[in-house]
Design a protein around this ligand. Structure first.
Ligand code: 5GP
Length: 189
C-alpha cells in the first residue's frame, strides 16, 4: 500500500533496529483518511470470506478495526487489557508478552461477544513476534468461533511472527512488510 509506505518514510521514526514509532499517524495521533483507506483495503481483501466480526486489541487496533468493520458491514470487538468493574467475570483471558512494554499483559474478551457461529477477522497495527495475535487466536479457539485470517498494518518480516503464523496455515494479509530497519532507513519487501 503505497500511501502507507510514503507515510512511514515521511513520519515513521526508527527507534531501534526492531522498533518503529508511528505516533504521528497510527499510535497516538490518528489520520482518519489513512485509517479509512486501510479499512477499505482490508475489506477488499476479505470481502468474499463471510466475515461476521472484526476482533482487535485496545488501543491502537481500534481505529483500523473500526474502519474495516464499517466497510464490511459487521460488528467490531476489541480485547481489553485491564479488568475493570465493567469487565464481565465470564471473560476469556489470555496472558501475552508485550513487545513494546517488555512485560506480560492480559487480553480479555467477554464470552458474550464471540459466538461459535462467528467468522472472525483479526486486525492489529504491528506484527513482530506474533504474541499479541496468537493470544487473540487462542481466545477465538476457546470461543468455538472460526478464524478467517489476520489483517496487519505493518508487518516486520525480519521478526518471526508472520512466518510462524503462516506456517500454522493461517492467512496473514499485511498492508506493508518491512524487511529491515536502521537509523533513518526503512526497507520494504
Ligand atoms: P508481537 O506481539 O507481534 O511481538 O507485537 C505486536 C504488538 O506490539 C502490536 O500490537 C504493537 O502494539 C506492538 N509493536 C510491535 N512492534 C512494534 C513497533 O515496531 N512499533 C510500535 N509502535 N508497536 C509495535
Amino acid at each position: 500500500m503505497d500511501m502507507l509506505k510514503d507515510r512511514i518514510r515521511k513520519q515513521g521514526q526508527v527507534v531501534s533496529s526492531d522498533v518503529l514509532k508511528a505516533d504521528s499517524f497510527l499510535n497516538h495521533q490518528v489520520d482518519p483518511e489513512l485509517i479509512m483507506e486501510m479499512g477499505r483495503e482490508f475489506a477488499r481483501r476479505y470481502r468474499e470470506d463471510r466475515v461476521t466480526k472484526v476482533l482487535t486489541i485496545e488501543s491502537s487496533g481500534i481505529s483500523i478495526a473500526f474502519s474495516t468493520a464499517l466497510e464490511l458491514g459487521v460488528q467490531m470487538v476489541y480485547a481489553r487489557r485491564k479488568r475493570t468493574i465493567m469487565t464481565d467475570t465470564d471473560a476469556f483471558c489470555e496472558r501475552v508478552p508485550s513487545f513494546t512494554k517488555g512485560i506480560v499483559t492480559d487480553l480479555l474478551v467477554s464470552k458474550d461477544v464471540l459466538q461459535p457461529e462467528d467468522r472472525i477477522l483479526v486486525i492489529d497495527d504491528f506484527l513482530a513476534n506474533g504474541d499479541a495475535v496468537r493470544g487473540l487466536i487462542r481466545i477465538i479457539e476457546r470461543s468455538g468461533a472460526g478464524l478467517v485470517g489476520l489483517g496487519i498494518v505493518i508487518e516486520k518480516s525480519f521478526q518471526a511472527g508472520g512466518r510462524t503464523i503462516r506456517e500454522q496455515g493461517i492467512r496473514v494479509e499485511s498492508l506493508v512488510r518491512i524487511s529491515r530497519m536502521e537509523q533513518d532507513l526503512v526497507e520494504f519487501e
